[in-house]
Structures are given as C-alpha cells and as structure tokens.
Design a protein around this ligand. Structure first.
Ligand code: GLN
Length: 459
C-alpha cells in the first residue's frame, strides 16, 4: 500500500503528492471486465503508473510542485496521459517534484521534500525525485518524468532506477506544464531497461497539438532492448566523453562513481563493444549556457501565473486594490525562492542591452555543443559518462548554495541543449557510501533505440 510506504511528509518517502486509489481500482475493474469480454488489450494494460505532477490530468490535481497551482484541477489530459490511458495503464496518482521542475533534489517542492528510499537522509534527485523514489520504493512499477536539464536521468541515477530522455520532440509536450519549451521533454522511468522501453513506445509519437513534435514513427525501442539483452555488442563503438568524467577530466567526480563507471566500460568491452575516448571541448560551457537559456525561457513561461486566469490569487487588503497589486501579491506568495531566483535571472538575461551578451552568447554555445556531439557521433555510435558526479547527497546539503546544486547537472545538461536522447541506468553501488551509481548513455537525434540496445546489454 502506498499509504504505508509513502509515510508522513516529515519522515516517509513522500513520493506522491496525490494518490487516486479509488480511481485506480475503478479503472482496474474496467480493464478486468474488458479482458473477460475477450477484448484485445495492450501488453501494459492494468499496469499502474505514477505520473509526475507536471503532467496535467483531467479531474486530478496538478500542481507542478507549486503553491501557485495548489487546488487547480485541470479540465484536460496531457497527450502522454491520454496515450497511457488508451493503452490501459492505470494512473496511481501524481508524484512530487521541485517547483515547476527547477532543481536537482526535490527539496524545492512547495509541499515538502521526497526522501531517497536507499537512505532517508538523502535526496532522491530532481526535479523528478517523486517518480524515481516511487520506483525505488516499489510503490509503482512505472513512472513518468520530464527532462529539461536532467530531471529524468539524474533522479534515476541516484535511486538505482532507469530513466530516458527521448529525442526532443519524440514525446508530446502538450499538457506538460512548461518550464523551458525548447528543452522540455517528457519520458519514461522504470526499474528495468525493457520496462522503460515498453512505456517509451506508449508515450511517444507525433502529436499535432505540439508544434515541435517529430513526425517520425516512435523508435523501435522494445525490440532494441530485447536485442541488447542478448549481451552481444560486437561492432558497436562507444565513446567515453573526456569532459564528463573521462580520463584526466574527473574533477568533482566521486571516486566510487568513477570506479563503477570504469567497471561498466569493462562490461561493454566484454560484450564486444569498442570503447574509445572522445573529446567534446565545448561541453565545458554547456552548464553556463543552460543556466541562462533555462531561466530566460522560464521567466517567459511563468509570466502566465498572474493571479488572473487560473491558479492562486492573492488580493491584498484595502480599498482600490489594483490589478498590478494582485499580481505582485500572488507571485510573491505563490512562487518559492528558486522560481523567483530564476525569474530574476531570466528577465535580466533577456533585458534590452544585455540580451546579446547573455542570451545571445548562450545560444551560440548551444550551437557549439550540438556541433561537438555531431563530430563525436561521426566516430562512435553512443557516448557514455557517469550520469551525475556524485551519489545522492544529504537533504539540506546544497539548499543554500544554488551553484553547487547546478554543478551536479554538468553531465546531463548537454543532451538537452543538443536535443539528443539520453538514458541513465544503474551500474552498482559506490563502495564508500553504498548508494546507487548511474551510467549515462547518449545517442544521436532520433537514434533512441541505440540507448536501449546498449543499456539492455549492460543490465
Ligand atoms: N536540475 C535542472 C534544473 O534545475 C533540472 C531541470 C529539469 O530537467 N526539469 O534546471
């Protein structure tokens, strides 16, 4: 029972913000009846899924971890939610997350943090810490996430689960509460590579309601995961990214993370893969570029929370209150500290006179990062790195030091800037703290299946 595992906010895992036990049981009964009638059901029909609270669900609260949307009940489903329902997946409820998906620890949730099931004093990653913790605590077998700058992959890494950020445009953004629209990407989370693939195929595909949705068919990731599970990677070329924990560039990476990473490389060689080191020199600037582009887009997306249209409205006391005063009071109370920090950064970076120096330069770096990846993928089929430089850190450890929190995203962010797909999968526990280590796989745009082939072989 989720209520027993999830526990109270103060001490439990607190993976869920909302549990719809009644709705889930009713849906399961419907599916049982369909099965009894002899209806053809999808392979995942009846399998429960925990949905990140950034995905809107008709008739079910969707807060994105913010007071701004507390109590709001959306009148429509996100495309991914619709697709999962059509396949017969049963929504268990909504999972905790950093407010509007800004953060790497789930501590920026307005509703209290989620704890890592491996150690209660550790963070479960973020922003999708609730989904990852729900999987690691066996509260749900499948979950969804969004990855704008690592929010699927980094929580997977620190909880010993699997998470995939598909190629940008591979999963519809319709109904995903926007953070940074040029980076936002929904994707699947599970405990195994094959389970992740099964969910990926359900979530993916073209959506005319999302203008950046790819028109390609969903990549055949289930077949790739099965192929990979046979363990033969003969002819596959794997590039170790020098700048992301590769030889000689391991500053800030925990020894136990590097040790498990090195062992995973041996495993790849044993499976027949050719492992070489490649350099992507501009990745050094990716983190800085991301933390300009993301706040810029976020400041624009979050402008919709004005206390007028929907969500929280705070009306200050007194006569003759103006609309501006309502907006200011609403935003002062509704947004948490991290959201405010990023709105300030973003509006500054976009302001006239500074636009070229900040936003413009960041966009140029984005192009250089894309070129680095293109050059690397001319030599190798997939790239690998540790997903995160460290295992799960302690709750509170980085809360007062935003830059330290941002630095943990160094390995995950480049993929978002380039729009390429990425996977994190578990490769054992770090000897020094006994906590899970994640390996990141990256592939060229539209080649999501390669992640599953190589990931399947490593599992
Ligand atoms: N850690 C990233 C950030 O704080 C996570 C963003 C995301 O993927 N939603 O911006």
């Amino acid at each position: 029972r989720i209520s027993e595992v999830d526990g109270p906010v103060e001490s439990g895992v607190h993976a869920f913000l909302h549990v719809d036990a009644e709705g889930a049981l009713a849906r399961a009964a419907e599916l049982d009846a369909a099965r009894a009638r002899g209806d053809e059901l999808h392979a995942l029909a009846g399998v429960p899924v925990a949905v990140k609270d950034v995905m809107v669900t008709r008739g079910m609260p969707s807060t994105a971890g913010s007071r701004m949307l507390e109590g709001w009940v959306p009148p429509y489903d996100a495309t991914v939610v619709e697709k999962m329902r059509a396949a017969g997946l049963v929504t268990l409820g909504k999972t905790n997350m950093d407010e509007f998906a800004m953060g790497s620890s789930t501590e920026h949730s307005a509703f209290g943090p989620t704890r890592n099931p491996w150690a209660a004093d550790r963070i479960p990653g973020g922003s999708g810490g609730g989904s990852a913790a729900a999987l690691a605590a066996f509260e749900a077998p499948l979950a969804t996430g969004t990855d704008t700058g690592g929010s699927i992959r980094q929580p997977a890494a620190v909880t010993g689960t699997v998470g995939v950020k598909p190629t940008y445009g591979g999963v519809s953004r319709y109904g995903l509460i926007a953070l940074a629209s040029s980076l936002d990407q929904g994707g699947p989370c599970a405990r195994t590579v094959l389970d992740t693939a099964l969910l990926h195929e359900v979530m993916g595909g073209h959506d005319p309601r999302d203008s950046t949705s790819l028109t390609d068919p969903v990549p055949a990731v289930v077949a790739a995961a099965r192929e990979g599970a046979r363990g033969d990677l003969t002819g596959v070329r794997v590039g170790v990214v020098a700048e992301l924990g590769g030889t000689g560039h391991a500053e800030g990476f925990q020894p136990g993370v590097l040790q498990r990473f090195a062992e995973a490389l041996d495993q790849l060689r044993d499976a027949g893969a050719e492992v070489v080191e490649v350099s992507c020199p501009n990745l050094e600037h990716a983190l800085g570029a991301y933390y300009l582009i993301l706040p810029s887009e976020a400041s624009s997306n979050l402008a919709r929370y004005d206390g007028m249209r929907y969500g929280l409205r705070v009306v200050p006391d007194g006569a003759d209150v103006t609309a501006e005063q309502v907006m200011a009071a609403t935003r002062a109370r509704g947004f948490g500290a991290e959201a405010k920090r990023r709105i300030i950064l973003g509006t500054y970076a976009l302001s006239s006179g500074y636009y070229d120096a900040y936003y413009g330069s960041a966009q140029k770096i984005r192009t250089l990062v894309q070129r680095d990846f293109a050059a690397a993928f001319a030599e190798v089929d997939v790239l690998v790195s540790p997903t995160a430089p460290t295992t799960a850190f302690r709750l509170g450890e980085k809360l007062d030091d935003p830059l330290a929190m941002y630095r943990g995203d160094v390995a995950t962010i480049p993929a978002n800037l380039a729009g390429i797909p990425g996977m994190s999968l578990p490769v054992g526990l770090a000897p020094e703290d006994g906590l899970p280590v994640g390996l990141q796989l990256l592939a060229p745009v539209r080649e999501d299946a390669r992640l599953y082939r190589v990931g399947g072989a490593l599992e």
